[in-house]
Design a protein around this ligand. Structure first.
Ligand SMILES: [Zn+2]
Length: 427
């Protein structure tokens, strides 16, 4: 029997030598970030007394298909452990964003109450909730314990890793899907071939696979080196996505850009070859070329900018420490683990990081540097001199919200270029 996907679309655990997308043998190094812990394995108090695992973290670039990738893959079972903490439902921005996404896709693909929408990596079911409110049948596929939260919220959810076999099981039980969506998963998985072949098996003949993932153009322009962590095996360009889907019976028919994850790409792949392709595809390919994503020099400049930002940030922290100023961190997204560990910031320089009162991360510790994560009510109580925005890609709404709650501290934006925003200038 003909294999459903190329062997190189399964990424084995360990050192990766060839391009994960196109199998090109010569990857080029952009940044070597040393050994780093897993960014979503926050530590409990007892774990502080045990050894902590680290893995190589190197940002590489493929000159052939332009995808940025890591050259070490941690076993997915270690990364997506049962207590994996991410929950999109808790931030209002994401809820609003995902409701917009479900409305837009319903109109674009004329979904009806008979249509089935499947979200793979559905997390707590927030995105599907949007489709459900529009009267469409939904099903989530989510490998972690968060599946339970989704079910409790009324979203039918299968707790499994998505495979071709699971796709066939779903099809038998629920019928074919008109639309498969996946958000913030495509960078992560080792089983890319299994995933795309499974999506193909589950879709109706005219079905569409919509995949939203963070976007290399935004990462490069925004100096977002902190989006490199072990979960993000690949950061795509459109050119790389087209290359990725080439061996499959899909056509990339449309593409959109958005703001989520500090800049994302929403790619639409319609089942079948030679489909009508929207002008957005050629336009974005041209933009990528113009932005230099096909040239190594672009990535050398990116690396230099990161190194400058680090020196400026560390200079500031040490100077503030000498003057006796209190500098703390706000928000503990996965990217903060890369930022603080790679820059070398410990609890002497940043004694705590705050999270909102509903966060599952409270009372845990930052991997690597062991900085405690505390309730953000402490910010209002202590009014530190400076608050470093570790979710700096969402700086404006966060600063406004904290100021509205009575915070008088000034804000530090660590990337892409270090700068200070005075509290009086936040409006
Ligand atoms: Zn490649």
């Amino acid at each position: 029997m003909k294999s459903l996907y190329p062997a190189y679309h399964f990424i084995p655990t360990g050192h990766i030598i060839r391009c994960q997308v196109c199998n090109h043998p010569r990857l080029r190094l952009i940044l070597d970030l040393g050994y780093q812990p897993l960014s979503d394995t926050l530590l409990s108090k007892t774990m502080l007394f045990m050894p902590e695992k680290t893995y190589p973290l190197r940002m590489m670039w493929c000159p052939k298909c332009t995808v940025v990738q890591l050259d070490y893959c941690v076993d997915g079972k270690e990364v997506y452990h049962p207590d994996y903490p991410y929950r999109p439902g808790i931030t209002q921005e994401l809820v609003t964003y995902q409701e917009g996404m479900s409305r837009s896709l319903k109109e674009k693909y004329r979904l009806t109450p008979n249509s089935l929408v499947v979200d793979i990596g559905s997390n707590d079911g927030t995105l599907l909730k949007g489709f459900q409110k529009l009267g469409i049948r939904v099903l989530g596929v989510e490998p972690t314990n968060i599946a339970k939260i989704a079910r409790a919220n009324g979203i039918p959810t299968i707790r499994e890793f998505f495979t071709v076999n699971i796709a066939h099981t779903i099809r038998k039980r629920y019928g074919p899907a008109s639309l498969i969506v996946t958000t913030n998963t495509f960078a992560h998985m080792q089983t890319i071939g299994e995933f795309i072949a499974g999506a193909h098996a589950l879709l109706t003949p005219d079905g569409v696979f919509v995949n939203e993932t963070h976007y290399l153009l935004d990462i490069v322009k925004g100096g977002q080196f902190d989006s490199m962590y072990h979960e993000h095996l690949r950061t795509y360009t459109l050119r790389a996505l087209i290359k990725l889907f080439k061996p499959y019976d899909f056509t990339i028919t449309d593409v959109e850009r958005g703001e989520r994850y500090g800049g994302n790409i929403r790619m639409h792949a319609t089942k079948g070859k030679k489909r009508h392709v929207h002008a957005s595809v050629a336009a974005l390919l041209a933009l990528e070329k113009k932005a230099g994503l096909g040239t190594y020099a672009t990535f050398e400049q990116f690396a230099s900018r990161v190194k400058r930002a680090r020196v400026a940030f560390m200079d500031f922290l040490i100077a503030a420490k000498k003057k006796g100023k209190l500098v703390v961190g706000d928000a503990c997204p996965a990217r903060s683990v890369t930022l603080l560990n790679c820059f070398g910031v410990d609890k002497e320089l940043l004694p705590y990081i705050t999270e909102q009162p509903t966060s599952l991360k409270l009372n845990k510790y930052l991997p690597g540097k062991h900085i405690p994560i505390v309730n953000n009510e402490r910010l209002i109580r202590e009014q530190p001199d400076y608050v470093v925005l570790l979710a700096w890609h969402l700086a404006n709404p966060i600063m406004k919200r904290l100021k509205a709650r009575g915070l008088t501290s000034d804000f530090i934006i660590p990337l892409p270029d270090f700068h200070i925003i005075e509290n009086k200038d936040v409006s």
